[in-house]
Design a protein around this ligand. Structure first.
Ligand code: FAD
Length: 306
């Protein structure tokens, strides 16, 4: 039920911040079941998954997993990692794009620090004709994330895009405000735990808001990534796109509803799969668990089997 679902999300998402639970997950490693959602700990693992997906007709994007950074050194190291990663992936997997999380680049420490790192990464990507999207994170960083996006675009960096979360009350206004920039927008439902003042709480309301946000993007944005595993939302978006002639693709996460992704490719749609990799996979993994109660049973079975 509705209440069950949101209590479940709170429980799992707050467990993600618990050090002891995190230490337990580290001991069990990716074998605890995270390898269903994460390509592996290294770039070699990610490239293997990218090649397999490409054989199935899928586009891909890469995200290097990391945790929120609390030092300038950590932020610089995360930026260095991407600067090395981009030329490597661009050479071996042409057409692969990237996502970055600004919390990894220090946005919570200093917005201009994160802007500087993002500018460096996205300029390097431009040299390789690669595209880098700024993921959207918890609501406290949305204003700064949008400000960084605007600053990058006014620097002339057009190989970047943004994400808008349908559960936030503000997102439709944010989209409308961005339209003069001819943005490349990914539309998602939203993965974080947010209070009622900030975000819709009922799944049915989020579903309605998602369709509206996607419809608006598909009607007016330069490019829309419809990122969802919701078959109803996918059907609705495909119908809108046909009417508006939108430039768009579907996006899904590695390990989630792959049969649906294959179905959309078979129907002639472009589908891009998010391929996450890295040592800091735990927080990403818990967000995926929180999206579906049965995922936790799956985890419990895997831990039990060891
Ligand atoms: P739902 O209605 O939640 O799911 C539809 C169906 O898909 C479910 O019934 C279930 O069968 C299946 N499903 C969905 N999730 C899972 C799962 N984890 N495990 C197993 N089955 C599942 N969120 C952000 O806040 N910021 C971002 O930048 C961001 N980027 C994203 C990029 C991509 C490519 C995708 C696909 C999602 C992204 N998200 C992001 C997550 C998003 O906000 C949702 O939390 C997530 O996509 C689940 O919602 P849904 O749209 O798939 O719809």
């Amino acid at each position: 039920g509705r209440i069950g679902q949101s209590a479940f999300r709170s429980l799992i998402l707050s467990a993600a911040n618990n050090r002891r639970i995190q230490a337990m997950a580290d001991r069990h490693g990716l074998e605890a079941g995270a390898d269903r959602f994460v390509a592996g700990e290294t770039l070699v693992d990610a490239m293997r998954v990218i090649e397999r997906l490409r054989d199935d007709g899928m586009r891909t994007y890469v995200i290097a997993l990391g945790e929120a950074i609390h030092s300038r050194q950590g932020a610089a190291a995360a930026a260095d990692l991407y600067e090395q990663l981009i030329p490597d992936v661009a050479a071996r997997g042409p057409g692969t794009t990237f996502s970055i999380k600004l919390t990894h680049l220090g946005i919570e420490l200093d917005r201009d620090l994160a802007l500087g790192h993002a500018r460096r990464i996205i300029s390097r990507a431009a040299e390789h004709a690669a595209f880098v999207r700024l993921d959207m994170e918890h609501s406290a960083v949305v204003d700064d994330t949008l400000a960084i996006y605007r600053a990058l675009r006014s620097d002339g960096l057009d190989n970047t895009g943004i994400v808008l979360q349908a559960y936030l009350h503000r997102s439709l206004d944010d989209l409308i405000g961005l339209l003069p920039l001819e943005p490349n927008v990914r539309v998602v439902k939203g993965a974080y735990l947010e209070p009622p003042g900030v975000a819709l709480q009922r799944k049915s309301h989020v579903d309605v808001a998602y369709n509206q946000l996607a419809r608006t993007a598909l009607s007016h944005a330069k490019f829309t990534a419809v990122a969802t595993h919701d078959a109803q939302a996918i059907r609705a978006a495909a119908a809108v796109a046909q009417r508006t002639g939108a430039d768009f693709e579907f996006q899904m996460l590695y390990g989630v509803r792959y049969a649906l992704a294959q179905q959309m490719v078979a129907r002639g749609h472009a589908v891009r799969i998010c391929v996450p990799f890295g040592k800091d996979w735990f927080v990403y993994f818990t967000r995926r668990l929180a999206e579906r109660p049965s995922n936790v049973l799956f985890l419990a079975r895997n831990l039990g089997r060891r």
